[in-house]
Design a protein around this ligand. Structure first.
Ligand code: GRF
Length: 229
């Protein structure tokens, strides 16, 4: 039986209706594009549970990708321990050492380019990014946000949803554009707010869904999802 605790509404992109004379939808698993291993650069500021979920999904064969580098901005972030354990190069770019957001982003771009990243995955990157980064990887920067966007944008999303009294919140993977938390949505999962929830229990339930949808959303965004031929 499905309980509210387990329920999640996952919403991949809606495919247009197809007529009988149109060619069939091709399973990407058998499609050449899906065989191209995409090179990911991941940016994280804290615990890195989403970073690890993406790496584990790759190891499990759910995403044809390689994480070429982790960039983190907080020297004490525990994500670096995960990177060490998972044998992924980790580069610290401490934002406090850069005079402007643009200079930090320029350094990030240089690291991503030197590690030959094709796509940029922000996984709990707690800094606003600038056009310097966004334009260096056009339509190839993804982020995960702990609300059902466009509701509750910004850095206090879970708290705001919790205090607002909504009965359903969730998480969103979206493309990154210059306006914060506003790019095209790739995938969402819904999460109920229970009457006995605390911020901590709600956050824990949200993260379970984040770890499921982020690898799946990356696969869709890079073209390993359903491909229309
Ligand atoms: C996630 O909840 C994500 O939605 C938000 O930051 C958190 C990062 O968690 N942007 P983690 O570091 O991946 O555990």
């Amino acid at each position: 039986m499905t309980t509210w605790d387990q329920a999640a509404l996952i919403s991949p992109p809606i495919r247009p209706m197809r007529g009988p004379s149109e060619p069939p939808i091709v399973n990407p698993i058998e499609h050449p594009i899906a065989n191209q291993r995409v090179r990911l650069g991941i940016m994280a500021s804290g615990s890195g549970s989403n970073f690890e979920a993406i790496v584990q999904a790759i190891h499990a064969g759910q995403l044809n990708a390689e994480v070429t580098v982790l960039i983190y901005n907080n020297p004490t972030a525990t994500v670096v321990d995960r990177a060490t354990r998972l044998n992924i190069p980790a580069i610290c770019l401490n934002h406090r050492k850069f005079a402007t957001r643009e200079l930090l982003d320029q350094a990030i771009v240089e690291v991503l380019v030197s590690y030959q990243a094709d796509w940029v995955v922000m996984a709990g990157w707690m800094r606003i990014v600038t056009p310097v980064l966004i334009h260096a990887f056009p339509n190839r920067v993804l982020n995960i946000h702990p609300s059902l966007l466009p509701s509750f944008k910004g850095s206090k999303a879970i708290e705001q949803a919790f205090q607002s009294g909504v009965k359903i919140t969730g998480c969103t993977v979206h493309h990154v554009v210059t306006e914060v938390d506003s790019g095209d949505i790739v995938m969402q999962a819904a999460v109920p707010v229970l009457t006995n929830d605390t911020l901590e229990t709600l956050q824990a339930r949200l993260q379970i869904q984040e770890h499921k949808i982020y690898p799946a959303a990356i696969a869709i965004a890079v073209g390993q999802g359903i491909i229309e031929n």
